[in-house]
Design a protein around this ligand. Structure first.
Ligand code: UFG
Length: 338
């Protein structure tokens, strides 16, 4: 298939691009580079062993998007582009709604006009809101606790309505906690500014860019008191996109379907710290701080639907996630901007 990947220069997008090309698909990237570095592109081309057509603009630009589709002859779209920082989304909510919903409208219109029939959407376990039901399965009601989360809930709704009204077939992929990096250590997660997420923060402490990690809360009702999350290797996540794309192709009767991409296992913050220390051979000094607002105690996937329907299952262990993150971080202490 010839696949347009929005946000293809970002963390999850870039890993997915490599796997799509390895699986024999042709890829075109469109990325605004507001949250990705152009230096990822030559590295991606090296890994893929081919040049990759890349367009630098914001998909909210309806004219540019339409022109791209007019030329593109795409069979499918994978839509990663969007803003994703939970905390920031409460400070600049309109930016989040405008970006995340705007790109989706623009894409759906262009897909409709140019008869592109397949879309894989980058959703999140955040759509399960404040549920305390674990493992989390796809039929739980959706809701959110912050503007970022609402944009995902709303995009799922808009996409589902469009699909059911005869629009493209749509896969809603609900990611749990993506971590890790390509085994080469040449591409990985490179957050701008202070990382919001646990794994990049731990990695930056281990490499000496930051002094100490703050562990947000050690009084949760969990075995060691720190919160449990379902960390999934970004390479497993990327494989999930390829599986979903191929599944939709083989099942024209599907209009829209949600799949969790997680391992089904919860790991605590302190377990991640210890696993990273072991993988890197570096200490990760940390202090206990108060709970972070909005955090759940426990969040992990029921991944059985993806396993039975997509034939996909997460393969990589926590040890491997930490080893690959460390290889990337140690080789690129300042990320792509070294
Ligand atoms: N944590 C710390 N210290 C830090 C950063 C995080 O202790 O410096 C803790 C958090 O409190 C949480 C755990 O590490 O208990 C994981 O936090 P992350 O920020 O890495 O991930 P979240 O589970 O909060 O968020 C992730 C994605 C969101 C998504 C959410 C729900 O980043 O995009 O899962 O699926 F919305």
């Amino acid at each position: 298939m010839r696949v347009l990947v929005t946000g293809g220069a970002g963390y999850i997008g870039s890993h997915t691009v490599v796997q799509l090309i390895a699986a024999g698909h042709e890829v075109v990237i469109v990325d605004s580079f507001v949250n990705a570095s152009p230096s990822v592109l030559p590295r991606l081309e090296d890994l893929a062993g081919t040049s990759i057509e890349t367009h630098s603009f914001d998909v909210r630009d309806v004219d540019k998007t339409s022109a791209l589709f007019a030329e593109g002859r795409f069979d499918a779209v994978i839509h990663f582009a969007g803003l994703k920082a939970v905390g920031e989304s409460s400070e600049i909510p309109l930016e989040y709604y405008d970006n995340n919903l705007g790109t989706t409208f623009s894409l759906l219109r262009a897909m409709q006009r140019h008869e592109v029939g397949t879309l894989v959407f980058s959703s999140s376990a955040t759509v399960y809101g404040e549920t305390t039901t674990v493992p989390m399965h796809e039929d739980l009601p959706t809701s959110a606790t912050n503007p970022y989360g609402w944009t995902k809930v709303m995009q799922e709704q808009i996409l589902s309505d469009a699909a059911r009204a005869g629009g493209p077939q749509i896969a809603l992929l609900r990611y749990f906690n993506p971590v890790g990096a390509h085994v080469s250590g040449t591409i990985g997660e490179d957050p701008q500014g202070t990382p919001n997420n646990l794994m990049p923060f731990i990695a930056q402490v281990a490499v000496g860019r930051r002094a100490r990690l703050q562990v947000f809360g050690d009084d949760y009702p969990t075995p060691d008191g720190t919160a449990l999350r379902d960390y999934i290797h970004v390479e497993d996540l990327a494989a999930g996109h390829v599986a979903a794309l191929e599944h939709l192709g083989a099942h024209p009767e599907i209009d829209v379907r949600a799949w969790n991409l997680g391992t089904g296992q919860g790991s605590s913050v302190l377990e991640m710290v210890r696993a990273f220390e072991a993988a890197s051979g570096r200490p990760v000094p940390h202090d206990v701080a108060p709970r972070r607002r909005g955090d759940l105690a426990v969040c992990y996937a029921d991944p059985t639907r993806a396993e039975s329907e997509l034939g996909w299952r997460a393969q990589h262990t926590i040890e491997r996630m930490c080893a690959d993150t460390w290889r990337w971080q140690a080789a690129n202490p300042q990320g792509y901007n070294a």
